[in-house]
Write a protein that binds this ligand. Structure first.
Ligand SMILES: Nc1ncnc2c1ncn2[C@@H]1O[C@H](COP(=O)(O)OP(=O)(O)OP(=O)(O)O)[C@@H](O)[C@H]1O
Ligand SMILES: [Mg+2]
Length: 337
């Protein structure tokens, strides 16, 4: 077992079962390969650590399965962290579908930002054109969310153009193609308490740019077979990337979404998720399947977050999840803080 978050030499990486450019290993993650961190690992974006300024918790939301509530969970966490807990949050939308961007600024504004090249695509575009990536400060949208009670959420918007750019990124060899976002963001991350990264359901280079800056990740999942069976592959792959980059990316837990109490399948898979010690911890709060949560995607000021997400217990579940998320990040990402 390794004792520190240092870059594993290529040889040891290979002998530990990590191969530099391999595909997925569909095996259960081996606990023996875990890396323990007793020292504060310096994150790649911390070019000039500012003494006295606390570092944000940077968390990615990821699952290889699409449509499991990654974006909805990320948006709800951000809004509740801001309105209920007074946290300054930066949202980073890495998904070319730009769902999070649309939820946070509305469809029209999302399209205008995309058309005006005022999105994350410009950051990668700069590198593809042979320049340094521009400072994300130029692109961040301040005070997003239609809710008047949410006043401290900013957004780095996404773009449909990321679909094509992602393929081109594989040709980049002048700089590390997984460190572009870190370079662009390094000047602004200290302005936030939480940075939440909404990932597309793939582990391509754009997602890797997000994971590269992440301290940890959560896996939203519907408690059914199709949504959960890829989780061990996600764990394995993220451990490989973490070892390659020499920085920990903690498994913060699995969030059960679209939960139906009456479903026998949901009960059975929930039991499996609880019992399986190889999987990350299960957040105790389950997000119910609810029309109101689905309707919350619309860019409207619903009045209060309770009215937005649901007065029948849905908002309370999301608030409880956020509370648990705060505690989990404070404990699991305590190193060096
Ligand atoms: N708890 C819920 N109850 C009912 N509908 C939900 C719930 N959570 C999310 N949805 C709906 O399910 C759909 C997929 O959710 P979402 O976009 O958050 O998933 P995703 O994992 O981000 O998808 P993708 O992989 O495409 O990015 C959306 O239409 C959303 O409104
Ligand atoms: Mg999504």
């Amino acid at each position: 077992m390794e004792l520190r978050g240092e870059v594993l030499p290529e040889e040891r990486v290979r002998s530990a079962g990590f191969a530099a450019n391999d595909g997925f290993s569909w095996e259960w993650p081996d606990k023996a390969d875990r890396v323990l961190h007793f020292e504060r690992p310096r994150r790649i974006w911390e070019r000039n650590p500012s003494p006295g300024r606390s570092r944000p918790y940077v968390v990615a939301t990821f699952n290889l399965k699409g449509g499991v509530g990654k974006t909805t969970t990320t948006a709800a966490l951000a809004e509740i962290l801001s309105a209920e807990f007074g946290k300054r949050v930066l949202l980073i939308d890495l998904d070319p579908q730009r769902n999070l961007t649309t939820m946070m600024v509305g469809e029209r504004h999302a399209a205008d930002l995309d058309y005006g090249d005022h999105t994350l695509a410009s950051v990668f575009g700069d590198v593809l054109a042979g320049y340094r990536p521009r400072d994300a400060a130029e692109l961040v949208q301040h005070g997003v969310s239609a809710m008047h009670t949410v006043d401290s959420v900013d957004l780095l918007p996404s773009s449909l153009k990321l679909i094509a750019l992602q393929d081109d990124l594989t040709q980049v060899n002048s700089v590390d193609p997984t460190a572009i976002l870190a370079d662009s963001l390094s000047g602004i991350l200290f302005n936030y308490d939480y940075v939440l990264i909404d990932c597309p359901p793939s582990l391509g280079l754009v997602t890797q740019n997000g994971l590269r800056i992440a301290d940890g990740y959560v896996i939203p999942t519907i408690p059914d077979f199709m949504s959960t069976y890829g989780i061990p592959a996600v764990q394995t792959r993220i451990r490989q990337l973490s070892a390659r980059w020499g920085c920990p990316i903690e498994e913060l837990g699995v969030v059960v979404t679209k939960y139906r109490r009456s479903s026998a399948v949901h009960q059975r898979i929930l039991d499996d998720l609880r019992r399986n010690r190889g999987l990350p911890r299960l957040f105790p709060t389950r997000i119910p399947e609810s029309n109101q949560i689905a309707a919350a995607a619309e860019y409207i000021d619903f009045g209060s977050l309770r009215q937005k997400y649901g007065t029948g217990g849905q908002f309370l579940a999301l608030r409880e999840l956020t509370d648990d998320f705060l505690t989990t990040t404070r404990i699991k990402l305590a190193w060096g803080r």
